[in-house]
Design a binder for this molecule. Structure first.
Ligand SMILES: [Zn+2]
Length: 355
């Protein structure tokens, strides 16, 4: 029997400090898309009502039973239109689902990422892709992983200025776009900074942080500023080294290759195109949560990257990943709850205490 852990309305007293019986039962309702009745409640403090559904990630969804299937398709390299065809949804309907699930998955990742240990090693690199038009609107995609587990800490794309080989046609196309939209902005420093800052936020207790990157000149000052020069050991390696398993950046290179494979829109010579950078960021939520919480690190491993770091205690099924709403930060219900509902904080603090 479901017992609401708190009042879902953030301004209510029973949201932060719920007493044991802060609510009254208010019967049930029968949604069209579910076989079982859903219990309803009223909060004794604010007198507002809510239901079990208010706490679910698929609250207010049309066709919620298709969410897990959509997750599976979108982390297997299938594009949005093809997913819509396979699931029998309209492209517009599917796009709304895609964005809502992406927002949820970013929150899952944010809430479940715990602290990295002292001496942690990160690897960092940037990939290049584009939005809308290949030769005029390039994007950079910085990705940061924890080396041992291959846990993807953060990734976020940003616009960069077109560079590289310039044919006459390309130069003309760029000029035309600049006339229409103004010069394309280079936001790569901003995006790199944001990606590194996510890692730094989770390194509170680490006295020593190791970082491996290629030899791009912009990295050392940025990394020192974000992680703190006194605790950072930054090593840079030439990108001309053979790209095999002996390469010191092998794990980030492998992560990039997986990103290209599992996100159709990042494939080279693909018909799938990112129309706007923010939809690539939405797609990344699927890739990151799949890699970190669902998929084992390598095929012959038992554990997922998140398990290896002690952030969760078992692999997550896609249904669990899409289960409880994560809008309340670490006070949200943990996606791996069994019978008794516990918050992310409660479960992570307990596992930290055991460790
Ligand atoms: Zn309330």
């Amino acid at each position: 029997m479901f017992q609401p852990p708190r009042c879902p309305y953030v301004r209510c007293r029973a949201h932060r400090n719920p007493s044991r019986r802060f609510y009254r039962s208010k019967g049930f309702y029968r949604p069209k898309c579910r076989p079982h009745p859903i219990p309803r409640f009223t909060c004794k403090h604010c007198e507002r009502s809510f239901s079990r559904q208010t706490f679910r990630a698929d609250y207010r969804d049309h066709y919620p039973h298709l969410n897990a299937r959509l997750f599976e398709l979108l982390c297997s390299g299938v594009g949005l239109r093809q997913s819509a065809r396979l699931l029998g949804l309209s492209t517009e309907g599917l796009q709304l689902k895609f964005r809502k699930i992406a927002r949820h998955l970013w929150r899952v990742h944010q809430n479940l990422t715990g602290s990295f240990p002292d001496g942690v090693e990160f690897q960092f690199d940037e990939m290049e892709t584009f939005e809308g038009r290949r030769n005029t609107r390039p994007l950079t995609l910085p990705i940061l992983i924890e080396s041992h587990s291959m846990f993807i800490v953060s990734a976020e794309c940003a616009s960069i200025r077109p560079s590289g080989r310039m044919s006459k046609e390309r130069r003309k196309a760029i000029e035309e776009e600049e006339k229409r939209f103004g010069p394309r902005k280079d936001r790569s420093r901003h995006a790199i900074g944001r990606v590194l800052a996510v890692a730094a936020r989770h390194c509170g207790l680490a006295q020593r942080i190791r970082l491996r990157t290629d030899e791009k000149k912009a990295y050392p000052p940025l990394a020192r500023a974000i992680f703190g020069a006194e605790r950072l050991v930054h090593r840079q390696f030439s990108s001309k080294l053979p790209r095999d398993t002996t390469n010191p950046l092998f794990r980030i290179n492998l992560t990039n290759a997986m990103a290209r494979d599992l996100n159709g829109r990042l494939r080279r010579r693909s018909w799938l195109v990112t129309k706007l950078a923010r939809y690539l960021n939405a797609q990344l939520a699927f890739f990151i949560t799949y890699r970190n919480y669902v998929r084992r690190r390598f095929n012959d491993d038992e554990e997922t990257p998140a398990e290896m770091l002690g952030f969760v205690d078992r692999p997550m099924r896609k249904e669990q990943l899409l289960s409880w709403r994560q809008s309340w930060g670490r006070q949200s219900i943990h996606p791996l709850c069994r019978r008794r509902l516990k918050t992310v904080t409660e479960i992570q603090d307990r596992s930290m205490a055991i460790a």
